[in-house]
Design a binder for this molecule. Structure first.
Ligand code: 7RM
Length: 664
């Protein structure tokens, strides 16, 4: 186990005493796609013997224009799934259902934040809108393989735009609407996007966030962008640049809907999504077409046990991978009804989600541990005010969930009858990897349970040998899977280095994928995820590279150096503590004012979720002889001041003493 996660490992081992297990009810299991542990075990066994054959079977449930001729090709670390096959994701999510009774089924039920406005799109209606939007993209010169950036809030048009890109083979790059102009600019330029789709403003907690203004600031330095399409949502004032900016409603009005889904190669680039790495530069994770869809369609069906009479509500933002895979592609490929909500969980009151569940009769609810911690803090009164009896399955994603929160979720929201699916996966994995299969798996509070069929996960030591039960180690995947990222856009070396260099091919195997997470398996083989082993931290369910925050701090004229570490926080999962050294010639003046200024600076550079919760000015940072900051020591200081780990590589001990002194 990397020593850097020794604290986390310690806190996890206290969970080891967790021995409650919960079985699905007979009633749930009887109706489930996979109805028993025995059935699941036999599927898993067969899939483990021949994962490629297993995934071929899943891919067969999609509609292909031309079947693949090579199911899987591997040249470490480059994978090709279903090579030679032709397929279109928009076709599989929409057109395919139009020939069935589902044509008039609700595909998307959307609720706006401010006044509870509801818009429903049947599969036919959604198809029509997507075709028109695809026509608009074509009319603005967007071609197959062009990158289109999408910087929007949680509006149906974001889904329409994504599916429109997929329809014509444009690669979308969705940038979270909470990111700043600077973050947007960097992501547009790295991906060389030719077009931006945005909106005037987005409603969030009762106010309108001005996205167009941020987009304008970003576009001042985005030479690749030729056009932008602007949705009117808030009615706020915007400036439209003639020749570049176009109103969504103007172009949609006259658009042709006669746009057939383009047959695309299975490995055609479907989307790029930026995620933080351990260096300052975000990684453009690239996903492709056939394998990705096979993975998300299968996992949606299996893990959410989705059926035609379900109403499925995922609270993730469209700007994170969960929004891509489990609001849009997985559910729509299954012909499901998806509920999408625009705003905050506490607007106008902290019972908004429960109110939505009650009014719409939601049956499946998928959210994040950080949200669950907020619900707990807001009090039981809010869920208790509502009839949540329509729910039959509830899920979590994004962070390890502590057993107390899991139990609260089970009793207060699931009323002790809904199975909980704790789903472990990553932007890079494309879809869910480790999770209960709800009709079949006995769950334990805080464990994501087992790897899904076709996914060969393990916990290993640095030398590749498997860990003993309850021994913390590195979480790896020992066989490629169809939804895996294919590369980091524009940087295949970094892709290889980050994910495939820890366990390169040997005589025994063809190379393993390193997840970057630590984990252990208990004596029953259940996986317990311990979080990242490097310096990427999860704040309120958002994955942030501490190095990115550091580089934002250092871009302030007063700052010489910064080290950012996470401190466990009951509400947000992690709070960020920044150690900052000021430039020598700076006479700091009012330090509290400067702290505020630095926090706001990070807000502008990255977005407000990245603002450090605490800033500590210091004279020096602990470093190794080669100049690397020892963040592990800082983590130990913020966690309570006791340095228990290895300090032999520390250059200057006095720095450590001073830092501890600053604490008191
Ligand atoms: C889907 C998503 C990925 C990282 C991952 C983990 C952590 C996610 C769980 C979890 C414990 C979970 N993509 N993580 N899910 N840890 N239990 N169920 O979150 O790329 O943004 O983050 O999130 O560390 O590596 S992500």
């Amino acid at each position: 186990m990397a020593s850097s996660s020794s604290n986390r490992q310690g806190s996890i081992s206290s969970v080891q005493t967790e021995n409650r297990t919960f079985s699905p009810s007979d009633e749930f299991s009887k109706k489930a796609h996979i109805p028993s542990a025995k059935k699941l075990e036999s599927i898993r066994k067969k899939a483990a013997k021949n994962p490629v054959e297993f995934w071929e079977k899943q891919a067969e449930s999609l509609e292909w224009f031309r079947r693949w001729n090579i199911a899987f090709k591997w040249k470490h670390p480059v994978a090709e799934w279903f090579g030679g096959g032709k397929i279109n994701i928009s076709y599989n999510c929409l057109d395919r259902h139009l020939n069935t009774w589902r044509r008039n089924k609700a595909a998307l039920i959307w609720e706006g934040e401010p006044d509870g406005e509801i818009r429903t799109f049947t599969y036919s209606q959604l198809h029509h809108e997507v075709c028109k939007c695809a026509g608009v993209l074509r009319s603005l010169g967007v071609k197959k393989s062009d990158v289109v950036a999408i910087y929007m809030g949680m509006v149906p048009e974001a889904v329409i735009a994504m599916l429109a890109c997929a329809r014509i083979g444009a690669t979308h790059n969705v940038v979270f609407g909470g990111f700043s102009a600077e973050a947007l600019r960097e992501r547009i330029n790295d991906s060389k996007a030719v077009m931006l789709i945005t909106q005037d403003g987005a409603f969030r907690r009762g106010t309108a966030v001005n996205l167009k203004q941020a987009a304008d600031a970003a576009l001042e330095h985005c030479p690749s962008i030729k056009h932008s399409l602007v949705l009117r949502r808030t009615g706020g004032e915007v400036t439209m640049k003639a020749g570049r900016d176009h109103w969504w409603h103007d172009l949609m009005r006259g658009a042709t809907s006669n746009i057939a889904a383009e047959p695309l190669g299975s490995e055609h680039p479907h989307f790029i999504l930026y995620t933080s790495g351990s260096t300052g530069k975000p990684k453009g994770i690239l996903h492709t077409t056939g394998g990705y869809l096979a993975h998300v369609a299968y996992t949606t069906k299996t893990v959410f046990d989705i059926k035609d009479d379900d109403l499925y509500f995922c609270t993730a933002d469209i700007g994170w991978v969960t929004g891509h895979s489990y609001i849009v592609y997985g559910p729509l490929a299954n012909g499901a009804s998806v509920l999408m909500y625009e705003g905050a969980p506490n607007f106008p009151e902290p019972d908004r989600f429960w109110d939505i569940i009650e009014r719409h009769k939601v049956t499946i609810f998928y959210t994040a541990p950080t949200a669950i911690r907020a619900f707990i803090r807001w009090g039981d009164g809010y869920p208790l005010k509502h009839d949540l009896s329509s729910l039959r399955l509830i899920g979590t994603v994004g962070e390890p969930i502590n057993p107390e929160a899991w139990m609260w979720y089970r009793t207060m929201i699931g009323k002790n009858k809904c199975p909980i699916v704790d789903t472990w996966w990553q932007t890079e994995t494309g879809g869910i990897m480790i999770a209960p299969v709800p009709g079949a798996t006995d769950t334990k509070p805080g464990s994501a349970t087992f790897a899904l069929p076709g996914i060969l996960a393990d916990v290993v030591r640095k030398d590749g040998t498997s860990c003993e039960p309850n021994e913390g180690g590195l979480l790896v995947v020992k066989h490629p899977w169809p939804g895996m990222a294919r590369t980091i856009f524009g940087d295949k070396e970094r892709y290889k280095e980050t994910y495939w260099s820890n366990f390169p091919p040997t005589k025994e195997h063809q190379g393993w994928y390193f997840t970057g997470d630590g984990a252990r398996k208990d004596t029953d083989g259940y996986f317990w995820i311990m979080g990242r082993v490097d310096d990427v931290v999860n704040v309120s369910g958002h994955r942030l590279g501490t190095a990115e925050v550091e580089s934002a701090l250092v871009s302030h004229p007063y700052v010489a150096e910064a080290a950012v570490v996470a401190k466990p926080d009951e509400l947000k999962g992690n709070a960020l503590v920044a150690f900052v050294t000021l430039k020598a010639n700076i006479t700091a003046g009012d330090l509290n004012k400067l702290k505020e200024e630095l926090r706001n600076h990070v807000g502008v550079e990255i977005g407000h979720i990245a603002k450090p919760d605490e800033i500590r000015f210091t004279e020096g940072l602990p470093k190794t002889r080669s100049g690397k900051i020892m963040r592990r020591l800082l983590r130990e200081i913020v966690a309570g001041g006791v340095i228990s780990g290895d300090t032999t590589t520390l250059e200057d001990f006095s720095v450590l003493e001073k830092l501890r002194g600053d604490e008191e």
